[in-house]
Design a protein around this ligand. Structure first.
Ligand SMILES: Nc1ncnc2c1ncn2[C@@H]1O[C@H](COP(=O)(O)OP(=O)(O)OP(=O)(O)O)[C@@H](O)[C@H]1O
Length: 283
């Protein structure tokens, strides 16, 4: 995948609920190998944007176009959510953790690969007969799951019940599960919510390296500005459904409209210690 390639193009997106316009005429781009954050106060329309993007809502107006490296231009606004994930490879996580708590961590990641396994089982005949092709596909799915758990630093909990894991571990398992589905665009809705400062800093490093190493685009909704300002290549700011600013973190921090609508004059929570990647870049 080309680095910096425009992966997602949002044009004049509007989402109306009766008399309420949750998103108004939003246009923006997200690129491969970059982290694009969407920030703004509560009720600004961030989750509604993700819901439009991932087929949960049909937008009132506008176009959401994904440039898929193999399948060409795909109009996400016309696709069902199952096809957004399966065909367009746009995968999301949710604000509240949605793991199956009684299943093991590994089983949760196997469920995410259900479609691949279903195809390999030829919708159950090969699966029922335990044919070699199906066995191979299941082994590959387990390998894939363990690889992603390892990459997210949680492989040692593969056999534990997901619901028994600490919150920070569950957040990582969710990202591993999303990665198992092979996204080219990964949409994360508040992945740092509930994490302590150390876990948030580690998550920041992890998301940056995932985007750069895998060449995937990451779209991030996040209220933790210490994460947003360090992880983002580009930031889009919404207020009452409208884009009020976009730019790199330095531009957003200095934008007076963003400061008055969202960041606040005294918020210095994002000016703490540099991240390890920033330190090494200047070493
Ligand atoms: N299904 C719906 N029906 C009616 N109104 C909705 C619906 N979904 C969202 N809204 C409204 O749209 C507006 C934007 O909500 P949204 O959840 O997208 O905001 P948000 O920026 O994600 O907020 P938060 O940071 O609190 O998660 C809100 O006024 C919300 O009440």
């Amino acid at each position: 995948m080309t680095i910096g390639h425009p992966l997602l193009s949002v044009e004049n997106l509007t989402m109306q609920f009766g008399g309420l316009r949750a998103i108004e005429n939003l246009s923006m781009l997200a690129h491969a190998a970059q982290v694009t954050s969407v920030i703004g106060p509560n009720g600004a329309g961030k989750t509604t944007f993700f819901n439009c993007l991932t087929g949960f809502y049909r937008p009132t107006r506008g176009a959401l176009t994904l440039s898929h490296p193999k399948r060409g231009e795909l109009r996400l606004d016309a696709m069902r959510s199952v096809d957004v994930a399966r065909t367009a490879q746009v995968v999301r996580t949710f604000q509240n953790i949605r793991l199956f708590p009684r299943m093991t961590v590994l089983e949760n990641l196997m469920v995410a690969q259900h479609n691949t396994l279903q195809r390999a089982s030829r919708f159950s005949i090969a699966g029922a007969l335990n044919l070699a092709s199906y066995r191979r596909a299941s082994e590959q799915a387990i390998d894939n799951a363990l690889t992603w758990l390892g990459r997210l630093g949680v492989r040692d909990v593969a056999e534990k019940a997901a619901g028994d894991m600490p919150y920070g571990v569950q957040r990582r398992v969710e990202i591993a599960r999303a990665m198992c589905a092979g996204p080219i665009l990964l949409c994360l809705d508040e992945p740092a919510a509930g994490l302590n400062p150390r876990e948030s800093a580690e998550l920041t490093e992890l998301l940056r390296s995932l985007a750069k190493e895998q060449g995937i685009g990451i779209l991030l909704i996040e209220h933790d500005m210490s994460v947003v300002m360090k992880v983002s290549d580009h930031i889009v700011v919404l207020n009452h459904g409208k884009k009020i600013a976009e730019g790199c973190p330095a531009e957003i921090k200095a934008n007076p409209d963003v400061v008055s609508a969202y960041l606040g004059e005294d918020d210095d929570s994002y000016t703490d210690e540099p991240m390890p990647h920033e330190r090494s870049a200047h070493a």
